[in-house]
Write a new protein. Structure first.
Length: 143
């Protein structure tokens, strides 16, 4: 079982940057929601950054190969921040084209592939942008 961790933005962002250097440095200001294991160790972080009035970017970093942290309650808590608290109309996620696991996970959450951008990834490979809208996240937010 995992629990959500809030109110520790700088600490959680530093954890994400350490465990996934490709995302570093994350743009500030940001808001972070962490996921902790039963023993209190951080196993993942959802970073919300690049906030604009109707859009926010999410960077999701996990230190586990398992998606057991992705319970409906945790997903509801993570997605409620941008869509309920901030009232954004869309959330943007970017990953490398080669990261098939992340791409499958995002589409499972309801993200839609919006574009493939050659040479746009930090390592010079193609990046994919995804968008999630409140109507596609409704099943998670409303249970």
């Amino acid at each position: 079982m995992t629990a959500l961790v809030c109110g520790r933005d700088d600490e959680l962002a530093a954890w994400a940057e350490e465990h996934f250097p490709d995302c570093a440095p994350l743009s500030r200001p940001l808001t972070a929601i962490g996921m902790s294991s039963d023993d209190g160790d951080i196993v993942g972080v959802a970073i919300f950054h690049n906030y604009r009035q109707n859009d926010i970017e999410i960077t999701l970093v996990t230190a586990t190969q398992s998606n057991r942290w992705a319970t409906p309650g945790n997903i509801r808590g993570i997605l409620s921040y941008p869509f309920i608290q901030l009232g954004v109309k869309r959330m943007t996620a970017i990953t490398t084209k080669s990261n098939k696991k992340a791409r499958k996970f995002m589409t499972g959450l309801g993200f839609m592939l919006e574009g493939v951008h050659p040479y746009a990834a930090k390592d010079g490979t193609s990046a994919c942008t995804y968008g999630l809208y409140p109507e596609n996240a409704e099943k998670w937010i409303n249970g």
